[in-house]
Design a protein around this ligand. Structure first.
Ligand code: BG6
Length: 501
């Protein structure tokens, strides 16, 4: 991870600039970076998409997007004026070489006008079907000069999903490598840009007291939850093909797991960190000793925040008889010396009771319960909970004696809370990641072998489902914590899901 320094002058192209991600995340992140003085003065950006727009209409839309989504609010007029001047738009098709040639000429002209020099950052924020053609055109038409030179750089950021199974991910990697070296490729997983996710590194490797107990001798099980209260919105056609396994499990969830389970890297460099994560992903195994080791669910109608919401199959773009899972729980093992035999229970779902991403390390019970029967039942295992969102913090749950003459005990919590401690909202994940890509730090991006290792674990699960050999799709009520079968799944091991307070 780099220090927050200013990148060299550069020009950025966002492909898919009329899409949701550009409006909600990318442009607001760039604007906030400028507010914090972290963009180079000579920065310029071209939005590229099929829809016709002028520079002016693009700037107006982006202003509205920043007003709504930027971390730094309200809009500062002087900063906005400077930022707006750096924004440009070009209409073009993704498969027409002539459009790329025009883009190329505009890039040079704009870079010259802004003094941005030859450094180029390309961002693929289009539907994944067009990634190969953009990569090919950018690689063959636009990167000449900059890509090969030591003094200047050309980098490409690729949004998820990176492939839809192992084979397609491998093919995409091979395709990218025809035009870019691996050190020019930045595969984004925005969870890695979250402040609390980066803090997993610091928590584990900048403190001495946790490492000795971070293993199979002391840890009974690990539970990772990525729960969302939102449904699939207007992304029905994408989600139908993805399901939660491709949307969250293969990427965000496995990244959280890898950071939790990895060994300390020899140094804090991009490759050293990613080497350790790859080792975890390669050691991962889905536990198929009971069924296929998964529980699948799909949300039915229900209530979220008192509002009635439709079931998944009533959503726009979803087949009425869809069997796409919107919930998935899995039991995994990390087959290495540190973690052998420790189950990692992971679950993720849409339309759950609340938005919550947390990692729960549940420790083993004391070897001998000295306290008498009544109280012994009240003793819960010690837990260390890393709350990734929305109440960012870390808490330690342990047993204490209740006041009074009885020997009653109860679980108490020692809490560290980001907001109260640091009194400043954390930067958005995309701010950090865009900045790192401009600075050439790929620690928080996924490497080719990492993506493939994740798909290698996930693809057989999907294949079992497709062959009709997987778990059934269980319906769960919107606003609940998922299907009852997921509770039975963990209860079969004598454990229960952590219930957030
Ligand atoms: C995206 C998924 O990668 O992550 C979405 O495609 C999901 O379906 C989103 O809603 C969750 O991100 P966050 O930052 O809101 O937890």
């Amino acid at each position: 991870m780099s220090q927050l320094k200013r990148p060299e002058p550069c020009i950025m192209v966002i492909f898919g600039a009329s899409g949701d991600l550009t409006q909600r995340k990318l442009i607001p992140a760039l604007y906030s970076l400028m507010c914090d003085g972290l963009l180079p003065d000579e920065f310029a950006m071209i939005g590229y998409a099929r829809k016709p727009k002028t520079n002016e209409s693009f700037r107006q839309e982006m202003r509205a997007a920043c007003e709504e989504f930027a971390r730094v609010k309200p809009i500062d007029e002087a900063t906005w004026a400077k930022f707006a001047r750096s924004l440009h738009y070009q209409q073009g098709e993704y498969d027409n070489p002539d459009d790329y040639r025009i883009l190329c000429q505009r890039l040079d002209a704009i870079a010259q006008a802004h003094g941005s020099g030859p450094n180029r950052l390309f961002y693929l924020s289009t539907p994944p079907e067009v990634y190969p053609t953009i990569i090919e055109h950018v690689g063959s038409i636009m990167c000449t000069g900059a890509a090969g030179s030591d003094r200047h750089w050309a980098r490409i950021i690729i949004e998820k999903p990176f492939g839809h199974d192992l084979q397609s991910a491998r093919a995409l990697n091979e395709h990218v490598h025809r035009y870019f070296r691996e050190d020019q490729v930045y595969r984004i997983d925005h969870y890695l840009g979250k402040e609390t996710v980066q803090n997993i590194f610091v928590f584990r490797f900048a403190n001495g007291i946790f490492e000795p107990i971070w293993n199979r001798r002391y840890v009974d099980n690990v539970q990772i939850t990525v729960a969302e209260s939102i449904g699939i919105g207007n992304r029905g056609s994408y989600y139908e093909k993805a399901g939660v396994i491709r949307d969250i499990m293969q990427n965000h969830m496995l990244q959280l797991l890898a950071l939790t389970a990895m060994e300390p890297p020899a140094e804090f460099s991009a490759d050293a960190v990613r080497n350790e994560k790859v080792k975890v992903l390669k050691a991962l195994r889905v536990d198929t000793s009971r069924g296929d080791g998964t529980v699948r669910g799909q949300y039915g109608p229900g209530k979220i925040d008192g509002k009635v919401v439709p079931g998944y199959t009533q959503e726009e773009g979803v087949a009425p008889d869809s069997t796409t899972e919107t919930y998935l729980a899995m039991k995994l093992f990390v087959d290495n010396w540190r973690w052998a035999g420790v189950p990692f229970y992971v679950r993720s779902g849409k339309r759950m009771a609340s938005r919550l991403t947390e990692i729960v390390i549940q420790f083993k019970m004391p070897p001998l319960l000295l306290f008498k029967e009544v109280t012994a039942r009240a003793i819960e295992p010690n837990m260390l909970i890393m709350n990734i969102q929305p109440h960012e913090g870390i808490s330690l749950h342990f047993t204490a004696k209740s006041p009074g003459s009885t020997d009653r005990v109860q679980t108490v919590v020692m809490d560290f809370n980001y907001e109260t401690t640091f009194k400043t909202p954390a930067p958005e994940a995309y701010e950090r990641l865009l900045l790192d890509a401009m600075l050439g730090d790929s620690t928080l991006f996924t490497r080719n072998d990492e993506v493939e290792a994740a798909w290698k674990l996930i693809t057989p699960v999907i294949e079992r489902w497709e062959a009709g050999k997987g778990s059934f799709i269980e319906l769960y009520r919107s606003g609940s914590w998922g299907p009852k079968e997921a509770d039975d799944f963990i209860a079969a091991d004598g454990r229960k899901w952590h219930v957030p307070a």
